[in-house]
Design a protein around this ligand. Structure first.
Ligand SMILES: *Cc1c(COP(=O)(O)O)cnc(C)c1O
Length: 345
């Protein structure tokens, strides 16, 4: 079975085998070295200076990292603007509100690009999703940075490792990511990358997700709580695989070429993308379900052919389907997929 959903992804054999490395206690020096190697490799993906930036590893899905970032890095009396143009932006607003953070939600329809005029001018920080997986939109963070001098807290869960991220130009203070999307690891480990002084000023609103606690422990090779050791093994291997294959730029080229074939093939069958080419990420695109074909029928047919696609959420549940090209896909997977779609439309 090949997974064309937005994570977890189809594993490479190399990453799958890494899950079988030897048993390891998270209080042993071998674990400390593994954790430090992963933290350094995560900074290395975008060539970040370890004197200025820190990567913090958490055991939990991507939302754990987003929640740790928002709950820890907004000051006690800070005002946070949140861009909501999809499920994940709305989730960030809900997280901030749940922690009692002074939140100014910039509401958008899910299909809309960011309207920077809706951002609260008094907010010193802006929470924004980079790749809004709801629609496949790659939000234009340079436009946000160009019109507002606030610092960004970015949900990069479905873009880290495959899209350009301008940490300085976009005034990023922190981002959240996960092992099991564009990095091709296993679900269970997520991470926050943040400027060290920003974490050192963190506000404690939660015990388990307090980033300052994690930073202090991880800088000494320790961890405040048990980590998912086998998931670390897989992420360690996945990061080595990414670096060996030419880094995020090459991964973006690979995704782009696969997605180009998906879009062209579907257009040839009369299936329209939800967004224009230049608005979509390379990672996932959304497509309108053709008339007379419901999602469940399409999904089940493709699953029998060996491919798992993804439904639309909320208002899009009946009208779109989504295809992601992350993970260990073979060159002919797209042709097989398109042939299977052709046989049902
Ligand atoms: C997948 C995803 C998340 C995290 O979802 P989890 O189910 O917690 O892993 C967060 N934001 C975006 C944009 C995502 O695509």
């Amino acid at each position: 079975m090949k997974l064309l959903n937005p994570g977890p992804v189809t594993l490479s054999e190399r990453v799958r085998q890494a899950l079988l490395r030897e048993d390891l206690c998270h209080r042993e020096p071998e674990f400390a070295r593994l954790q430090q190697r992963i933290r350094a490799a995560l900074l290395g993906v975008y060539d970040l200076d370890p004197a200025e930036w820190a990567a913090i590893l958490l055991t939990g899905s991507g939302t754990a990292a987003v929640e740790a970032m928002l709950s820890s890095l907004v000051p006690a009396n800070g005002r946070l603007a949140v861009v909501a143009n999809g499920v994940y932006g709305e989730r960030m607003a809900r997280i901030a509100e749940t922690y009692g953070i002074d939140t100014a939600r910039a509401a958008h329809a899910w299909v809309e690009a960011i309207d920077v005029s809706r951002l609260d001018a008094n907010a010193r920080q802006i929470a924004v999703v980079h790749h809004e997986t709801t629609t496949g939109r790659l939000n234009d963070l340079s436009a946000v940075a160009a019109t507002h001098d606030a610092r960004l807290l970015v949900d990069a869960v479905s873009s880290f490792g495959a899209e350009a991220i301008d940490f300085e130009g976009w005034r990023i203070d922190a981002l959240a990511g996960t092992a099991n999307k564009c990095l091709h690891g296993v679900p269970g480990t997520s991470f926050v990358i943040a400027r060290r002084p920003v974490i050192e000023r963190a506000t404690a609103r939660t015990v388990y997700l307090n980033l300052a606690t994690y930073l202090a422990a991880q800088d000494t090779g320790s961890t405040p709580f048990t980590q998912s050791v086998q998931t670390f093994y897989a992420l360690d291997e996945a990061l080595a695989e990414l670096a060996g294959a030419g880094g995020w730029q090459r991964r973006r080229e690979r995704y782009r070429s696969l997605m180009h074939r998906v879009r062209a093939g579907l257009l040839g069958l009369g299936i329209e993308p939800l967004l224009l080419d230049g608005e979509s990420s390379c990672v996932l695109n959304a497509f309108r379900l053709p008339k007379g074909l419901d999602y469940a029928t399409l999904h089940d047919h493709l699953k029998r052919a060996g491919y798992v696609i993804y439904a639309g959420q909320g208002e899009f549940a009946q009208s779109i389907f989504r295809i992601a090209v992350m993970g260990a896909l073979a060159d002919d997977d797209i042709e097989h997929l398109l042939r299977a779609i052709r046989s049902i439309v």
